[in-house]
Design a protein around this ligand. Sequence first.
Ligand code: MG
Length: 322
Amino acid sequence: MIKTLLTAVAALSVFTASAAAAETPVERHGQLRVENGRVVDQHGQPVTLRGMSLFWSQWKPQFYNAEAIDWLVDDWKVTVVRAAIAVPEGGYLEHPERETARAEAVIEAAIAQGIYVIVDWHAHDPEPEAARRFFAHIAEKYGDRPNVIYETYNEPLPRHDWAGVVKPYHLAVIPSIRAHDPDNLIVAGTPSWSQDVEVAAADPLPFSNVAYTLHFYAGTHRQELRDKALLAMQRGAALFVTEWGTTEASGDGPVDEAETRLWWAFMEEHGISHANWSLNDKDETSAALRPGAPAHGHWTRDQLTESGRLVRDRLREMNDAR
Ligand code: MG
């Protein structure tokens, strides 16, 4: 009898564990929104997403496939991925249909896996007319899915100031999303490669469910940038780190693990979601994969770089209870 009972309890706990594991991040958190300067989930609870950004879509398109996303979910335990849809340099401006198809491949893989997906307009200069076309299409096609997060302007150059260029750009582009999708989270780029978050926070956008983009590279950006982030949050802004690196801002140079750990602690303390730059095999230290790594997942530890191993281990540790 006791043995039978223990067996039943064991079976029940196995069932409970597998039921919990079967719940995807989107089933758990649902529609995201911004409330009182925080990104919260469908239950009003703060949510911290952790995952990977892909590389510029026109240069590393081979990783924009469902099998790569499936592996990131199954093995790296990501809860969010970012499609970095290139705008200049042979990207959307020249090949709109090709780059849109790459975005859609990642969006549909994310929907199938029940994770969140950042659709990133990967530009340094404002291209509002092209951005309006792109985002209107994405929002019309996918805006009813809670998975989709729109990132309207990756990294504005420092010469594009908030009041004169970047804010007017968002004022032009965001209505093209809201015309089709009234509610999904939008992450708005900020001046100086998405570092001047406190400037945007002082003069915020007049839309609901908007967070502001903060980017850091641990080998270059330290406490002075965390102080800017703190000021932005004090001013009421919700922040989202759509891109960060373990290395210098160039994407290269040594991996700074100590500073990376300070940033991880900071983002956990403040519930800031983040995506690491980047899932690709370029020969630079911020790349998570070694040159020549296969495009469709199933990467061995030997195929990961120092940065890739550090980030994968962290994602598995932190997202296990997703
Ligand atoms: Mg929606």
